[in-house]
Design a protein around this ligand. Structure first.
Ligand SMILES: Cc1cc2nc3c(=O)[nH]c(=O)nc-3n(C[C@H](O)[C@H](O)[C@H](O)COP(=O)(O)OP(=O)(O)OC[C@H]3O[C@@H](n4cnc5c(N)ncnc54)[C@H](O)[C@@H]3O)c2cc1C
Length: 444
């Protein structure tokens, strides 16, 4: 096995969204960086099929992208989504705006975002990217990462440096930490999985649905979503239980799929021309929440993004949170230039409670999106929230607004939303008592 590279550099494992942003931030700060990725270079061929073709980036992600000069470029390539468009089984579509001030989340192709970040990493300074290298082992005590060539399975190399694990939910770097004493780890799968389907643009190139909305088909227990792509097509994501009623297991034949769609998503079959073929050809993805602690080994190794906190996608925050991690690491390293152990410890202390908070919020939002968004009570509550926010913009900020359109740390946003909820329920209770009291006085 050959040993490559000197010790005083960062070796980032995983050139996905977090790893490539981290490499760009480290490069800009004057560090030497080696970025290792198991996939081929997405700039030299078609992007590999994988998770979610497009994703939504909001305030937190945009702020991080701004630090490497990418915010405007990404916004130009993205489509703003100003609210949710609800598709009921029967009746008219209903639009629910996200905020009061033209707030929008931004639909962007995962591949475009990744390519922009890889380019930014290479431009940022002394950053070398090596594709087709799969990390197989790490040793933070000795300060190396071991990789093999994916194509041949051989040509093992060791790369010396400070290790950053940005290798996603099934992180090999984290696996090392899991083997250590006093290392906490949990992984919980949803009973639901997801499958992507495709709505092409119309023959004249126009979108078949409102392009500036996140489309949701909430059905209680399961749901479907669609987000626009740059070419006016839409990527549809169907979330169904693996087993039981209305599940992937129950849809075993093309006629069953068509029948299910016609009954439960009646406007969809006309939009998805290759419904049955795509349903059986496209993979069914799993949805996992990963929590762990610690996130670092002294100043020798740290984890970020999905590698230390994979979350379910229902708040559209996984990548946004991963980008916030990258900034927190860069800022901590700048505060402690000669002391990576303190920098990594501060990073973990700053981010871990908020990663747990957004993991909980994302799970809760699954129930909200699939079960509640269509209900009149929910719509009334949302209108009430918007009204309160308009009347008292500093005092009352809806949870979704805090998560998607501010950078208030996730845990603080959750605590504030709970407090606001208690006050609002108190006001409603007093108002209710006043109405009952007035009615009693009038009627006695
Ligand atoms: C269906 C779905 C929809 C989503 N929608 C949104 C959304 O709208 N908004 C949002 O913010 N987030 C969303 N997310 C979450 C988001 O995709 C992740 O949080 C984000 O990709 C995490 O980035 P990462 O860089 O940590 O991990 P990843 O993107 O998984 O990148 C990890 C990288 O490491 C590489 N790698 C893995 N193992 C090795 C190895 N052994 N050696 C070398 N390289 C390795 C991988 O090839 C990959 O390039 C969604 C997720 C899903 C599943």
């Amino acid at each position: 096995m050959s040993a490559a590279g000197p010790g005083d550099r960062f070796v980032v494992v995983g050139a996905g969204l977090a790893g490539s942003l981290m490499a760009a931030l480290l490069g800009r700060a004057g560090h030497r960086v080696l970025l290792l990725e198991r996939r081929p270079d997405p700039r030299r061929g078609p992007a590999e099929a994988g998770r979610s073709i497009n994703l939504a980036i909001s305030a937190r992600g945009l702020h991080a992208l701004e630090q490497v000069g990418l915010k405007d470029e990404i916004l130009r390539a993205a489509t703003p989504l100003y609210g949710r468009m609800i598709h009921p089984v029967e009746g008219a579509l209903a639009f629910q705006p996200y905020g009061t001030r033209g707030h929008a989340i931004n639909s962007i192709s995962r591949a475009d975002l990744n390519v922009a970040l890889l380019d930014a990493a290479e431009r940022s300074g002394d950053v070398t990217i090596r594709f087709g290298r799969r990390c197989t082992e790490v040793d933070p005590a000795a300060g190396w990462v071991e990789t093999v060539d994916v194509a041949s399975g051989g040509a093992g190399e060791r790369h010396a440096g400070t290790i950053v694990g940005a290798d996603g939910a099934y992180s090999v770097v984290r696996a090392h930490l899991q083997r250590q004493e006093r290392s906490d780890y949990s992984q919980a799968y949803l009973a639901h999985g997801y499958k992507e389907l495709h709505i092409p643009a119309a023959d004249d190139g126009s979108p078949r649905l409102d392009r500036n909305a996140l489309h949701i088909w909430p059905r209680g227990g399961y749901m479907m979503m669609a987000m626009v792509n740059r070419d006016a097509s839409f990527t549809v994501t169907l979330y169904l239980a693996f087993e039981g009623a209305n599940s992937f297991a129950g849809l075993a034949a093309p006629a069953e799929v068509r029948g299910f769609f016609e009954r439960t998503f009646p406007d969809a079959p006309a939009l998805i021309p290759n419904l049955e073929r795509e349903f059986f050809a496209n993979p069914t993805g799993t949805l996992v929440t990963v929590r762990c602690r610690p996130w670092h080994v002294g100043g020798a190794m740290a984890l970020l993004g999905d590698a230390c906190h994979a979350i379910v996608p229902f708040f559209g925050q996984g990548a946004n949170a991963a980008f916030e991690d990258c900034l927190a690491v860069a800022e901590a390293l700048a505060r402690h230039p000669g002391d990576r152990a303190t920098a990594f410890a501060e990073y973990e202390a700053e981010r871990l409670p908020h990663a747990n908070a957004i993991a909980d919020l994302a799970l809760a939002n699954f129930h909200e999106m699939r079960d509640h968004v269509a209900s009149p009570l929910f719509r009334l509550e949302k209108r009430g929230e918007v009204l309160l926010h308009r009347l008292f913009p500093r005092w009352f900020v809806p949870l979704y607004t805090m998560i998607s359109f501010t950078r208030i740390p996730y845990g603080e946003a959750r605590a504030r939303a709970r407090k606001q909820g208690r006050v609002v329920r108190g006001i409603l209770a007093v108002a209710g008592l006043a109405v009952v009291g007035a009615a009693w006085l009038l009627l006695r």
